[in-house]
Design a protein around this ligand. Structure first.
Ligand code: AHR
Length: 494
């Protein structure tokens, strides 16, 4: 019998809603075909946005959406994407497949998508091939309420009131596709950009996010924080789970053996070490003013599905991905004192997606269901949660991985993944410092390879789980390879 202990008297703080953020790039079929089909499409849409996809995503209560990239961001010139569509420039998407980008989805369309999803916008500015003036103008275009050249241009294109876009990224992967810079060079440029990224009224301060490290490049974090930390509010981190660790042969989404299964989980667990070490660097450099950590790209990255465009990064999504999502979200919850935002890559049809589409058909992935089961953590108070559990798979993989929180109404949410491929796991959970009288439990489980297809779109979805509560102690049996959510409240029948 494994044990979980929740100490409701100890907390690291509030779980920032933005930890449940998403990322949508002009890459493959994420924007075009996935989120946006245009007003003239036969696929039902609202102002060009796919109605089915938007409706499904709304159930996740997405807090923030990052756009337009990714690598694409550092080739994107925002003026190409405004004004009458027929007049917009067609360009080549040089990062992703060399396909034509007709710019029919631009700033106004992105803001309309955010409006429909009810989320905040996070725009990644072009530092790699753009200019300081260009990014400064984009912010003025989005946020200036009074009279100015950019506000006039925005009004000319039909948007009177400013959107007040709060989150702005200063480039993307400047160490790679965003300009191949070294840390000191980027830090100087970052300061220069930040200088001209203005607030346009006293009420709406923008949040400036410096481009951060790849994985465990602590030198990058230290250098940028030391040299540009005073000019920005946060710094990013990118870390992907690549099962084999080899970019030339990453492994397949639905075909893998036991060793690769555990390797995937073990590589995912590295996120904890990364978050802790980067945060430690930021605290040491900050001397009292610590930059927030924004993990604005994370998720699984496999070889593309056979027969699909290699530049489109389309992959299936199985129960193994659900475990990867659960581990990462538990880690972010448990480090809510340093992680202020995270954005899974990517929302639709690319990498670890929530939704896959094929023509007018759509399916929800196991990862989607994890985000739905975890959404109660958004904005809740993190609670100390400890799993007394053995290691499995010949790796440093714990059988259980958990986090817990308490919402404003006093309900507790405990989310636990049973990482064992084959063994179910009887669990006892003690709750210190909170009275609980009722429990409702849900589980997402299946073989590690189980996934939804367009012919069987509901093969993997959450169902009710048996759970008992006696004398304030929760017991349940977690199926193998499962993600479970327990909602505990102090009123019977809740
Ligand atoms: O998410 C796909 C790509 O991964 C992004 O464009 C880039 O930032 C990262 O390397």
């Amino acid at each position: 019998m494994e044990r979980i202990i929740i100490n409701a008297l100890r907390s690291r703080g509030t779980i920032n809603r933005n930890i449940y953020g998403h990322f949508a790039e002009h890459l493959g079929r994420c924007i075009y075909g996935g989120l946006y089909v245009g007003e003239d499409s036969e696929i039902p849409n609202v102002n060009g946005m796919r109605a089915d996809v938007v409706q499904a995503l709304k159930r996740l209560r997405i807090p923030v959406l990052r756009w337009p990239g990714g690598c694409f961001a550092d080739t994107y010139h925002w003026r190409d994407g405004i004004g009458p569509r027929e007049g917009r420039a067609s360009i080549v998407n040089t990062n992703w497949g060399g396909v034509t980008e007709d710019n029919s989805f631009g700033t106004h369309e992105f803001m309309e998508l955010c409006r429909q999803l009810g989320c905040e916008a996070y725009i990644s500015g072009n530092v790699g091939s753009g200019t300081v003036q260009e990014l400064s103008d984009w912010i003025e275009y989005c946020n200036m309420g009074g009279i100015s050249p950019m506000a006039a241009l925005r009004r000319l294109h039909g948007q009177d009131t400013p959107w007040h876009v709060r989150y702005w990224g200063i480039g993307n992967e400047a160490w790679g596709c965003g300009g191949n810079m070294d840390a000191a060079y980027y830090a100087n440029i970052c300061r220069q950009y930040a200088t001209y990224m203005r607030d346009y009224d006293g009420e709406h301060r923008i949040v400036k996010i410096a481009c951060g490290a790849n994985s465990d490049d602590y030198h990058w974090t230290k250098t940028v924080a030391e040299r540009a930390g005073h000019a920005v509010d946060a710094i990013s981190l990118h870390y992907y789970t690549v099962p084999t660790g080899e970019w030339s042969h990453k492994g397949a989404a639905t075909q893998f053996d036991s060793a690769e299964y555990f390797e995937t989980l073990s590589r995912t667990l590295k996120m904890e070490e990364l978050v802790e070490n980067h945060s430690r660097v930021l605290r040491a450099v900050g001397k009292g003013r610590t930059l927030g950590l924004v993990v604005d790209e994370w998720g699984t990255w496999y070889d593309v599905e056979e027969g699909t465009h290699p530049g489109f990064l389309y992959q299936q999504n199985a129960m193994r991905d659900a475990l990867v999502a659960a581990i990462n979200l538990n880690i972010f919850n448990n480090h809510c004192d340093s992680v202020i935002m995270a954005n899974i890559a990517q929302t639709v049809n690319v990498l670890q997606a929530m939704v896959l589409t094929e023509g007018d058909r759509m399916l929800l992935t196991p990862t989607y269901h994890v985000f739905e089961m975890y959404k109660g953590h958004q904005g809740a108070q993190q609670l100390e949660c400890y799993a007394q559990t053995g290691l499995i798979g010949g790796q440093q993989v714990p059988q259980l991985h958990a986090s817990a929180s308490r919402d404003a109404q006093g309900s507790l949410l405990l989310t636990v993944a049973n990482l064992s491929e084959r063994d179910s796991c009887p669990v006892t959970c003690m709750i210190e410092g909170a009275e609980v009288r009722a429990v409702r439990a849900r589980v997402l489980s299946g073989d590690a390879h189980a996934h939804n297809t367009f012919d069987a779109p509901r093969a993997v979805e959450p169902r009710a789980l048996d759970a008992q509560l006696a004398g304030g102690v929760l017991t349940a049996v977690l199926p193998p390879c499962s993600v479970c959510a327990f909602t505990l409240s102090d009123h019977a029948g809740a």
